[in-house]
Design a protein around this ligand. Structure first.
Ligand code: SF4
Ligand code: SF4
Length: 288
């Protein structure tokens, strides 16, 4: 049975993606999913060869057949989103604000308006040495990111099943938005990467509240730590309060951002290989 692990942080900048890439690199076989469809960074850190590109259609939008249109103007007054106008010759113009509600198509007396698919982005399947990587690019300004995340997660499940790979690792988007929800629904475990700071503490609490709503077990990895035992103590207490478990701690180390600039992850740094391996063992132990 395939197990799905989502790695999340309450916000950006906690080091989630570099830690996710490190864990993925240490695995024998894996299907990796970058669920940050607005700004996917996992492919930057994971060597891969792109195999396929698929268009993503987020929602339908209205389209006018001008040969059928009588310029009655009913669609203009019906649209609640001010997405339809008429030019000086009465020609109907539908702009990019169309929300796809289909009200105009419904009222048009001549059936001049139909709903058509609008391309909202693309998603990609790539080969890695130890498995597959799936990531996506949502066109800026397009909505329905949750639907795209669900789409690529479905593709990941199919690949894992087809190739008999036991683990899907999902690099979740930062924050606790609906995208984060799309990334964690149905997963077996959440790994929370938390910056060891007061803001990291409040990020963790927000994330833990979300995880709790879905009754998903979680483990915690502290990152950029070593500054304040008092802050660490508060985070430890919060993790206990939410029923989580701290499985590792990575200190603030200037060498890590330097390595990232060279597109290296913790898995490529001898001093952190053991730490990442131990976290991986904890993930496996928590999902078997
Ligand atoms: S409702 Fe139909 S016929 Fe009337 S202006 Fe709009 S598209 Fe044209
Ligand atoms: S589909 Fe809805 S939002 Fe789009 S143009 Fe028609 S009425 Fe307006």
């Amino acid at each position: 049975m395939t197990r799905q692990i989502a790695i999340l942080s309450g916000k950006g900048g906690a080091g989630k993606t570099s830690i996710t890439a490190s864990i993925i690199k240490m695995m024998d076989s894996v299907v990796a999913v970058d669920a940050d469809v607005n700004a996917s960074n996992l492919p930057i850190l994971l060597p891969h060869r792109q195999q396929s590109t698929t268009d993503y259609f987020g929602m339908d939008i209205a389209s006018v057949n001008h040969d059928l249109c009588t310029s009655c103007g009913l669609c203009v007054t019906t649209c609640q989103f001010d997405a339809i106008s008429q030019d000086e010759n009465g020609k109907i113009i539908i702009d990019s604000d169309c929300e796809g509600c289909a009200a105009c198509a419904h009222v048009c007396p001549t059936n001049a308006i139909t709903m058509v698919e609008r391309k909202s982005g693309e998603w990609f399947v790539s080969d890695m040495e130890n498995g597959s990587l799936i990531h996506a690019d949502l066109i800026p300004g397009e909505d329905n990111s949750g639907k795209l995340i669900t789409r690529i997660r479905t593709a990941a499940s199919a690949i894992a099943k087809e190739t008999n790979i036991a683990y899907i690792i999902i690099d979740g988007p930062p924050g606790t938005s609906c995208q984060a929800i799309s990334s964690i629904t149905g997963v077996d475990l959440v790994v929370a990467v938390i910056e060891e700071s007061l803001s990291g503490l409040s990020d963790y609490r927000r994330l833990a509240e979300l995880i709790q709503k879905f009754s998903i077990p979680h483990i915690v990895l502290l990152n950029k730590g070593g500054f304040s035992p008092e802050v660490k103590g508060k985070i430890v207490a919060s993790v206990e309060e939410f029923g989580g478990r701290i499985v590792g701690s990575i200190p603030f180390d200037q060498k890590i951002p330097q390595a990232l600039q060279e597109l290296k992850s913790l898995a490529d740094m001898n001093e952190y290989k053991n730490t990442i391996n131990e976290i991986l063992e904890q993930i496996v132990a928590s999902t078997t």
